[in-house]
Design a protein around this ligand. Structure first.
Ligand code: ZN
Length: 476
């Protein structure tokens, strides 16, 4: 591959060149949503950036396979295996069954994704589809001595690993080992503080709606096991890039690595891509704080979801991003201005192959530099100013939009149509008449050619013959 794609790897804490396990191919996994509520736009920031990552990899020529789970069981309200199952809480809140809640919010999630131009991953697998896979992996972990049963549950034994805190520095490790969170009730069945549940049978959640038979009794899986199993089911035992929000680093991704590598006996995933928080002025935004910000709420307030996408692209994924309606207003103005400038371009002339390749390389270089999306967007502004013909500019913008997915060409076409007061039907009528007139002129039937010109003028369309051919404009 000609272009070296570099991203920051949370595992090595450095920007690294991505070297896939299989040449030209990328196996990529994304932790999917827990479908008990609408997605918060803060979570959707991660999905937007992961979408850009996937599209950038495809753009530079990789064959990408991307897998995502849907968490529809086992995700408790606290990451420390306590609290209520989020799905059950959602069902109680809405007086629906857990499966109805899961279906409803899975659809809502993908509807939001569609509005944000987030491509659906190649494989989307709900956790409840994979119970036999979970049971198999847990059985192997027990056989290998990495798991134990206590109080009816099956736990992963973190003390069996040489380095459980793979993402953490020495100082952080100490804090994680010592620190006990005040809001968490310690589970007395755990041998070590950081051990986590692989399978629940007995717990305080006796009214758990979804339960399955297992060798350890009727119960349900822990949250972390699903990502290990679902990724291996579709991507095999070696993965290139695993994505998520920074929230997932500990304990979720730490636990995923612990159980996957204990199960496999070798390294599982080479690159870990994490997207930072969306904040407001007072700090991290969440479902429980202030306005519950969803894509629908933004739409109700009159914002185009793609403006939110542009807002995310204007900042680096490794920096916290501060949200405010004011910033979104500015972004709306920037988006509209950009679309207007694109609408002013006319698609005449020949594409300049050299300029096309030059700008395409610049765009690609930014994507390859730890996914520098804000600089990639500036390439559009540079080329709009550049001394190259409009046809080339339009071709480049359409090309870049394969990755940026801001519907720039479509929005410009809509604006043009609205501005010219000509609908698609009239436009095609005009083009037909112009072609007919050209044919008449070729046959030296000037009377017919003039009649067509007059006919168009009657409908408020003036035509003009130029060196590049006949052009038209609406005059009334
Ligand atoms: Zn996960």
């Amino acid at each position: 591959m000609e272009n070296k794609f570099c991203i920051y790897n949370t595992l090595s804490r450095t920007v690294e060149t991505v070297i896939p396990n299989e040449d030209g191919k990328i196996a990529m996994y994304t932790c999917g949503p827990t479908v008990y509520h609408y997605a918060h736009i803060g979570n959707l920031r991660s999905y937007i950036m992961e979408d850009i990552l996937e599209k950038a990899l495809r753009y530079i020529g990789y064959d990408v396979k991307r897998v995502m789970n849907i968490t529809d069981v086992g995700h408790l309200s606290s990451d420390a295996d306590t609290g209520e199952d989020k799905m059950l809480a959602g069902a109680k809140r809405e007086h629906k069954t857990v499966m109805d809640v899961a279906r409803f919010y899975t659809d809502a999630f993908f509807s939001d994704c569609k509005k944000l131009n987030i491509k659906r991953p190649d494989v989307v697998e709900p956790a409840t589809n994979c119970i036999p896979e979970f049971i198999h992996m847990i059985s192997v972990l027990l056989e290998k001595g990495y798991a134990y049963q206590a109080g009816g549950n099956v736990y992963f034994d973190t003390s069996r690993l040489e380095d459980y805190f793979v993402f953490s520095s020495a100082v952080e490790k100490e804090q994680l080992q010592v620190g006990v969170r005040d809001d968490v009730d310690e589970d007395p069945n755990k041998r070590n503080k950081n051990d986590f549940v692989l399978w629940f049978t007995k717990s305080k959640f006796e009214d758990q709606a979804l339960k399955w038979e297992s060798p350890w009794g009727t119960g349900y899986p822990g949250w972390h096991i699903e990502c290990s199993c679902i990724s291996m089911k579709h991507l095999g035992g070696r993965m290139d890039i695993h994505c998520g929000g920074v929230d997932n680093i500990f304990p979720h991704h730490t636990n995923e690595i612990a159980q996957s590598e204990a199960y496999l006996g070798h390294k599982w995933c080479n690159y870990w891509f994490h997207v930072h928080h969306l904040n407001d002025k007072s700090g991290k935004m969440s479902k429980s704080k202030g306005d519950f910000l969803t894509v629908s709420l933004l739409e109700e307030k009159g914002y185009d979801p793609l403006v939110y996408r542009l807002f995310c692209l204007q900042s680096h994924y490794r920096k916290p991003l501060e949200f405010s309606y004011e910033v979104l207003d500015n972004m709306t103005a920037a988006y509209e201005k950009l679309v207007k400038r694109i609408a002013e371009l006319n698609g005449e002339g020949e594409t300049d192959a050299e300029a096309f390749a030059d700008y395409r390389n610049r765009f690609m270089e930014y994507l390859c530099s730890d996914l520098n999306t804000s600089m990639a967007v500036t390439v559009i502004y540079d080329l709009l100013k550049a001394d190259i013909n409009d046809k080339t500019k339009l071709a480049l913008i359409a090309d870049f939009d394969q990755v940026l997915s801001l519907n720039l060409t479509e929005a410009a076409a809509r604006l043009k149509e609205a501005g010219s007061g000509v609908d698609a039907e009239l436009e095609s009528y005009i083009k037909d008449r112009i072609a007919e007139r050209a044919a008449a002129k070729k046959e030296k039937d000037f009377a017919r050619a003039d009649a067509i010109r007059a006919e168009l003028l009657d409908r408020g369309i003036a035509i003009k013959d130029t060196r590049e051919g006949t052009v038209w404009e609406k005059i009334s």
